[in-house]
Design a protein around this ligand. Structure first.
Ligand SMILES: Nc1ncnc2c1ncn2[C@@H]1O[C@H](COP(=O)(O)OP(=O)(O)OP(=O)(O)O)[C@@H](O)[C@H]1O
Length: 630
C-alpha cells in the first residue's frame, strides 16, 4: 500500500467544495455518472479503433447501488452509495494523476480569484467544474476500485479527502471503475431508491448509456402486508443521445440539464442551438453559450468546449479546431455521420467533411446571435457584456464572416448610453458626415474627456469610444463599415474633416506662434500644428498617419517589443485658448519654452501617457507658477 499526498490545489479545492457547494450537494451523483459515461465513451472508441481491444467483451453500462443500514436492521454500518461502470478504467499511475491532482491549466489563478464569500465562490467553482472531488461533500470516505481495459491488475484508491490518499492492489473481474461513497450525515439521504432515481432523472437522463439502479423490492401478501424483499434492478434513464432526439420532444430544462453535464457549469446556459443537417453531408450539432464567459477564455491553453462524435461514438473533446478560436466560449456537440471513426487530428484538420461542418456551424451560430440581437435585445446585451471581445477577435480572424460580425459587435459612444452597433451609428450620421469616427485608449472615462473629442462634441458628431485593448488592432484592420470609412480621431488627418473656412485663416495668422512653439520643443515633437479639433483645451497630441498610436506602442511594448524606434507625437495647439494666445506676444524666451513644454506634457498626460521626467516637469511647473503668482 502506498500513501500519496494530494496536490496542494486539490486540498484547496476540496476544502472549497465542501464549504461552498453544500446547497447543491446532489450534483455529486451527476459528476460521478458523467465520469462513468466519459469512461464508457473512451472505451467504446478504443474497441472500434484499437487492435488490442477489438476483441474485448464490452457491455457498456453504469450501475448504481446503495446500502441503507436501516433496511438491513443494522445501523452500526455506514450508508453507502456505489457507482460502477464497465468503462476504460485506470491503472495505479492513472489514479495518481487523475485523482490526486488537477491537470487543468489556470487552476492556481482560478483559486486565487476566490473571495471567501461562499455564495460567490459557489458560482465560480460551478463554472470551474468540481468533478470527482464533489463526492467528499456527502462522504467521509471514498473508495475506488478500478481496472484498466487491456490490463490484468486492478487497484484500490481510498481517501477521506483530508490531504492524502492510499493506493493498493485489488481485485476486479472486468475492466471498469467502481466508486463507493461511505456517506456522511449530509449524504445519508442518498442511500435511497427514490432520491437516486430523482437525481439521475434530473441530471443524467440523457446519458447515452443505460444506468441501472439496484434496490430491494418489497413484496406484499394478499392483504397488502409486506411479505419479503427481493433484489431488483431497473434502468432509470432514457439512454438516448439527447442531441439525436427531435427538438419538439425536448424542453428548455432538458437542454439546460444536458448543458450542465457537458458544460462544466452550474448555471443554465444563455442560449442553446440544436440543428440537424441532412443532404450531402449529414450531421447534428447542439451548441450552448454559457451565461458567464468561461474562466479560462483568455488563456492560451483554454479548454475547448465542443465534443466531436461520429455516429454517436465519442471521438474527442480536446480539439481546438472544431470551431474557430474566437468562438471558443461555445459549448456543445458535433455528431457527424460521415467522418471515419478512426479520424486523427491531422485528418480532422484537412478533412473536407470537417471543414464543411465547421463552416456551417459557424454560420448557424452567428445566425443565432443575429436573431438574438434582433428579437431579444436584452438577452443580447447580456451576451455582449460577456462576449463582445471574442467577437471582435472574429473580425480579425474570420474574413469570410466579417460582414456578419460587424453587425454583431457593439461599441460605447459619445451619443448613446450603453452599447451601440455600427448600423445604428450609420443611421444617426449627419448628411455631411464623412466617416465613422472612433477614439481608442485603455480607459473609457479618460477617453470620454479627451480634448480630441472637443470639436466633435461642438459639431455634434458622434464618436465611438473604444477602450478594449484589442480595438487598437482590430478596428484599423476593418477599414470601412459598408461604404463608410472608420477613422480614428487621434490621427493627424482626421482633423481635416472638421475644417471649415475660418480654420485656414486661423492657421495663417498663427504661423509665427507655431514656429515659436516648435523651436521651443525641438526634438520632442514631430511637428506642431494649429488644431481644428480643440475648443476648451489648449493642446492635444495626435500621431502621424503612418505611425503607430500611443496605445499601439504600449501594446507592442507589453508584447516584449523593446527595440521600437521612438515615435514622436504631433502637438496641436488651440490659438483661441487664452494660454496659447498669450504666448503669441510673449518675449520671455525661458517662459515660452516652459509653457510650450507644459502644453506638450499636459496633452500627453490626458492621453494616459506619463511625462518623461517627472522631476523636470515639476520644476517647470513651479517656475511657471512663480511667474503667475508674482
Ligand atoms: N469512472 C471513471 N473511469 C475512468 N476514469 C475516471 C473515472 N472517474 C474519473 N476518472 C478520471 O479522473 C479524472 C478526473 O476526474 P474529475 O471528475 O475530477 O475531472 P474531469 O471529469 O476531468 O473534469 P470535470 O471536473 O470538469 O468534470 C478524469 O478526467 C478521468 O481521467
Amino acid at each position: 500500500m502506498a500513501t500519496h499526498e494530494f496536490q496542494t490545489e486539490v486540498s484547496h479545492l476540496l476544502n472549497l467544495i465542501i464549504h461552498s457547494l453544500y446547497s447543491h450537494k446532489e450534483i455529486f451523483l451527476r459528476e460521478l455518472v458523467s465520469n462513468s459515461s466519459d469512461a464508457l465513451d473512451k472505451l467504446k472508441y478504443l474497441t472500434l479503433t484499437d487492435e488490442n481491444l477489438k476483441q474485448l467483451e464490452f457491455e457498456p453500462r453504469i450501475d448504481v447501488r446503495f446500502r441503507d443500514p436501516a433496511e438491513h436492521g443494522n445501523d452500526s454500518e455506514p450508508a453507502t452509495l456505489t457507482v460502477a461502470d464497465t468503462g476504460i478504467g485506470m491503472n495505479d499511475q492513472d489514479l495518481v494523476e487523475n485523482l490526486g491532482t488537477i491537470a487543468r491549466s489556470g487552476t492556481k489563478e482560478f483559486l486565487g480569484k476566490l473571495s471567501g464569500d461562499s455564495r460567490k465562490d459557489a458560482n465560480l467553482i460551478g463554472q470551474f467544474g468540481v468533478g470527482f472531488y464533489s463526492a467528499f461533500m456527502v462522504a467521509d470516505k471514498v473508495e475506488v476500485i478500478t481496472r484498466k481495459a487491456g490490463e490484468d491488475k486492478a487497484w484500490k484508491w481510498v481517501s477521506d479527502g483530508q490531504g492524502s490518499f492510499e493506493i493498493s492492489p485489488a481485485e476486479r473481474d472486468t475492466q471498469g471503475t467502481t466508486v463507493t461513497l461511505f456517506l456522511n450525515d449530509e449524504g445519508k439521504e442518498y442511500a435511497s431508491r427514490w432520491q437516486i432515481e430523482q437525481v439521475i432523472k434530473k441530471y443524467s437522463n440523457h446519458i447515452a448509456f443505460p444506468i441501472y439502479l439496484s434496490y430491494l423490492k418489497k413484496e406484499y401478501d394478499d392483504e397488502g402486508k409486506e411479505k419479503s424483499t427481493v433484489p431488483a434492478t431497473e434502468q432509470v434513464n432514457s439512454a438516448a443521445a439527447l442531441w439525436k432526439r427531435p427538438k419538439n420532444e425536448l424542453s428548455d430544462e432538458d437542454y439546460a440539464e444536458f448543458y450542465k453535464t457537458i458544460g462544466h457549469d452550474s448555471e443554465d446556459p444563455l442560449l442553446h442551438l440544436h440543428t440537424k443537417a441532412e443532404g450531402t453531408i449529414e450531421f447534428t450539432t447542439l451548441f450552448f453559450v454559457p451565461k458567464k464567459a468561461p474562466f479560462d477564455m483568455y488563456q492560451v491553453d483554454y479548454r475547448p468546449g465542443v465534443k466531436l462524435y461520429v455516429k454517436r461514438v465519442f471521438i474527442t473533446d480536446d480539439e481546438k479546431e472544431l470551431l474557430p478560436s474566437y468562438l471558443r466560449f461555445v459549448r456543445g456537440i458535433i455528431d457527424s455521420e460521415d467522418l471515419p471513426l478512426n479520424v486523427s487530428r491531422e485528418i480532422l484538420q484537412q478533412n473536407r467533411v470537417m471543414t464543411n461542418i465547421r463552416n456551417s456551424s459557424v454560420k448557424k451560430i452567428l445566425g443565432e446571435f443575429e436573431r438574438l440581437a434582433k428579437d431579444e435585445q436584452e438577452k443580447y446585451l447580456e451576451f455582449i457584456e460577456q462576449y463582445n471581445r471574442p467577437l471582435k477577435e472574429g473580425l480579425y480572424q474570420d474574413f469570410g464572416n466579417r460582414e456578419t460580425l460587424m453587425e454583431l459587435v457593439r461599441f460605447k459612444s459619445t451619443k448613446v448610453e450603453g452599447w451601440t452597433s455600427l448600423a445604428e451609428y450609420k443611421e444617426r450620421m449627419g448628411e455631411d458626415q464623412k466617416a465613422i469616427y472612433y477614439i481608442t485608449g485603455s480607459n473609457e472615462q479618460v477617453l470620454r474627456s479627451s480634448p480630441l473629442l472637443e470639436a466633435y462634441k461642438k459639431k455634434d458628431i458622434e464618436v465611438l469610444i473604444m477602450a478594449d485593448d484589442i480595438d487598437e488592432i482590430v478596428v484599423p484592420s476593418i477599414g470601412r463599415y459598408k461604404d463608410v470609412e472608420l477613422k480614428p480621431v487621434n490621427r493627424a488627418d482626421a482633423g481635416d474633416d472638421l475644417k471649415d473656412e475660418g480654420d485656414k485663416e486661423k492657421a495663417e495668422s498663427s504661423k509665427d506662434l507655431v514656429e515659436k512653439i516648435k523651436a521651443a520643443l525641438g526634438e520632442r515633437v514631430k511637428d506642431v500644428r494649429v488644431s481644428v479639433r480643440l475648443s476648451d483645451s489648449p493642446s492635444c497630441i495626435v500621431v502621424d498617419d503612418a505611425d503607430p498610436t500611443m496605445q499601439m506602442q504600449q501594446i507592442m511594448k507589453a508584447m516584449g517589443q523593446t527595440d521600437m524606434p521612438e515615435v514622436k507625437p504631433i502637438l496641436e495647439v488651440n490659438p483661441d485658448h487664452p494660454i496659447v494666445a498669450k504666448l503669441k506676444d510673449l518675449s520671455d524666451e525661458e517662459l515660452v519654452a516652459d509653457s510650450a513644454i507644459l502644453l506638450l506634457d499636459q496633452a500627453l498626460l490626458v492621453e494616459g501617457a506619463s511625462v518623461k521626467d517627472p522631476v523636470e516637469f515639476v520644476q517647470r511647473l513651479n517656475r511657471v507658477m512663480q511667474q503667475a503668482l508674482k
